[in-house]
Design a protein around this ligand. Structure first.
Ligand code: CA2
Length: 146
């Protein structure tokens, strides 16, 4: 049994309350629940942290080193700007999944660059709520590969 860390970046705590046409009507708690159910069905546990602060996310990534087998991260808008989160992910040796509810590549120009993408195992984007258990399945599969 391994621990998977799910991280949610800035403003994701507002899910369900604003912009349902982009992000749906489900709350972050709903999405995390789906991810946790998928992890537990695969025999693993899932920890979750949401923060609006870059440093909290970096501390969590550092704290996962040697403790968690995988990190799934929806960095929110930090996806497009945070070299510090990118560096923290580069220093984590396990499986890393970048996760987005929307498909940033199909949105505004500034969302089309991910500074964390070079440091992750793979990306799940554009599938809304369904992306959360998909990301867990992808992480579990990658954890089993050498
Ligand atoms: O599609 C995603 O998951 C994003 O990571 C969401 C970020 C956005 O900056 C990325 O480009 C793509 C924004 C999260 C903010 O979520 C809100 C939800 C409801 C109301 C307001 C913001």
């Amino acid at each position: 049994m391994a621990t998977i860390l799910l991280l949610s970046g800035p403003n994701l705590n507002l899910l369900g309350a604003r912009q349902p046409e982009i992000y749906g009507t489900d709350t972050l708690e709903d999405l995390v629940g789906d991810a946790r159910a998928a992890a537990e069905a695969a025999g693993h546990s899932l920890e979750h942290l949401q923060s609006n602060r870059e440093g909290d996310l970096i501390d969590a990534i550092q704290g996962a080193r040697g403790r968690c087998a995988a990190i799934i991260i929806n960095p929110g808008a930090f996806t497009h700007s945070s070299y510090a989160i990118a560096d923290a992910l580069a220093a984590f040796d396990g499986v890393k999944v970048e996760l987005h509810i929307s498909n940033p590549s199909a949105r505004e120009e500034w969302r089309r660059t991910s500074v964390v993408a070079p440091y992750v195992t793979g990306t799940v984007a554009g599938f809304g709520r369904a992306g959360y258990p998909l990301a867990v399945t992808a992480a579990v599969d990658a954890m089993a590969r050498p």
